[in-house]
Design a protein around this ligand. Sequence first.
Ligand code: ASP
Length: 322
Amino acid sequence: MKRILLLHTGGTISMSTDQTTGDVRPSSENPLHHYQHLFGEAVHVKAEDLFQLPSPHITLKEMTAMKERIERAIETGEADGIVLTHGTDTLEETAYFLDLTLHASIPVVLTGAMRPADSIGADGLLNLQAAVWTAMSEEAADKGVLVVMNEEIHAARHVTKTHTTNVATFRTPTFGPIGILAKNHVHFFQKLVEREHFPVDTIRHTVPLLKAYAGMESQLLEAVFQMKPDGLVIEALGAGNLPPAVLPSLKKFLENDLPVVLVSRAFNGIAQDIYDYEGGGRQLKQAGVIFAPGLSGPKARIKLLILLEQTKDPKEMANCFE
Ligand code: ASP
């Protein structure tokens, strides 16, 4: 019999609707505790409430606590697979944080829901069942942290929430999901070509994330510089270009040895140093900006926060991103 450790952290999957106002809020008791029978007889699911937080309340501190609990489970051998329930708003960030920091050979699967537990067509139980079945699958091991939603299996590195309310919200732009669930069968049909692991225990740095836009003002970068951050992530335009007005402020970051990591604000494709004009990717890279091809802004921020715990060497850092 498989042993699955089910860690609840909150989110809509465990929320309910106020019958008078229609507002969605955390329930006094987690409704997910009543559904052990959903998973079948081949599995023993041990559930634990880590938090009961909406995911906009999740910070690196809670992500680190989740990592520590999972590591303990792996060390003691108490589970053959781990499932975490999580609010969908920041699920992709927690998933990637765990993907980069855990050294897990057993499956680790995150799931959530778009509809509260008591609504018509609630997706939480289906997602939870699919996540447990995925965590039970031998094939799910050694694939990094997985996100299971709406009968699809996604790798943590690229998955993102794409719709504010629809149940088909989690997508992997450019690359697609790595597997699906069809009835109660788990099918994998692709794998990430490489995995990364950075053994860090705490996150002590500050990395803001900015999004570029036509006519972006330099004052925004100046204000961020005044925050005394340890690095910066910018979602740049197109293939990886910035408006010239921000370049003098950007230079300040680089002159002060603060890593600047660039991704594209475009939904599909990867950031590259293609254009050789003022603010173009080629010149940005020559000036020392680090390109993070294939990562979204929030994911690049998580990775930079982790790398800052390991190195301050810009070359080493750039190698880890490229
Ligand atoms: N706002 C909710 C949260 O992230 C959304 C959800 O869980 O679907 O906690």
